[in-house]
Design a protein around this ligand. Structure first.
Ligand code: G1P
Length: 271
């Protein structure tokens, strides 16, 4: 199977859940202690052996580029290992599918990965690396079991059958109502996709919320490219929410010997 060399980071989202802070700071630059969310995503992709990092960015997000100048300058082996980084622009916030489509001319004719920095996954291996290693030509998305009352926040998979960590999907629906959801398996921001999705995306009508939905494109491709849900190891935090950011910071801190006593002291109410 063809090696996955390229990853797309859609970083053009508006981050309205963190207004007013995200009026001036991209949501991907929100910090988990000393690193922004996008840096954790970048490290997960780097550990997976990705060679080309494609950021789909937009107006007001320049600090991401400035930040990665610093990151790459401190990775002397980055370019010598044939790696590269580039930025393409999404001029209108028309949805995740549209953001991915903006990367078409950089990805060209090869399978590629997509990763959302909002979904922080804490694991000793790289989640996207595990997905890239098991890619077999079928479109693939990471999934978790979500609470029934939360199905309308996710792309939800209708299960055909399950095999080990893989769920073979019959269909997928973006943000269904509780009554319409066919399972509790929700997609989180890790995908490995065939480049043929670009043709599907460019012909796609806007879906729910008036956005070009990546889920709708994956749904159309099920007859030709299948769709596999990947149940990954490790813990996922929805860092598009305040609860997720706080939980992720507590999770990282509770594994850090320097910070453990501070959490303990705070929890005990000690002065
Ligand atoms: C996007 C996808 C959705 C997925 C979700 C999880 O939605 O469209 O299918 O389940 O990310 O990260 P968003 O959260 O951007 O509305």
């Amino acid at each position: 199977m063809e090696k996955i060399r390229k990853i797309v980071f859609p970083v053009g989202g508006l981050g309205t859940r963190f207004h007013p802070l995200t009026k001036v700071i991209p949501k991907e630059m929100l910090g988990l202690l000393d690193k922004p969310l996008i840096h954790y995503a970048f490290e997960e992709a780097l550990a997976a052996g990705v060679e080309e990092f494609v950021f789909v960015t937009r107006h007001g997000k320049n600090s991401i580029e400035d930040y990665f100048d610093y990151v790459i300058d401190n990775l002397p082996e980055f370019y010598t290992n044939k790696r590269g980084i580039c930025y393409v622009r999404q001029t209108k916030p028309l949805g995740l599918g549209h953001a991915v489509l903006c990367a078409k001319n950089v990805v060209n004719n090869e399978p590629f990965a997509v990763m959302s920095a909002d979904d922080f996954i804490c694991h000793h291996r790289s989640c996207i690396g595990d997905m890239m290693a098991s890619y077999n030509g079928k479109n693939m998305a990471a999934v978790i079991e979500v609470q029934r009352e939360d199905v309308s926040k996710y792309g939800i998979i209708d299960v055909d059958y399950e095999q080990d960590n893989f769920i073979i999907a019959k269909s997928v629906c973006e943000k269904p109502s509780i009554t319409d959801a066919k399972s509790n398996y929700g997609i989180v921001g890790r995908y490995v996709l065939s480049h043929e999705i670009f043709d599907v995306l460019s012909d796609l009508e806007p879906g729910i919320n008036g956005e070009i939905q990546l889920t709708d494109a994956m749904m159309q491709m099920i007859p030709t490219h299948g769709l596999v849900g990947f149940k990954f190891e490790g813990e996922r935090f929805d860092c598009g929410s305040k609860e997720g950011i706080l939980s992720a910071i507590l999770h990282i801190s509770s594994h850090n010997p320097e910070l453990q006593p501070i959490i303990k002291k705070f929890m005990s109410g000690e002065k």
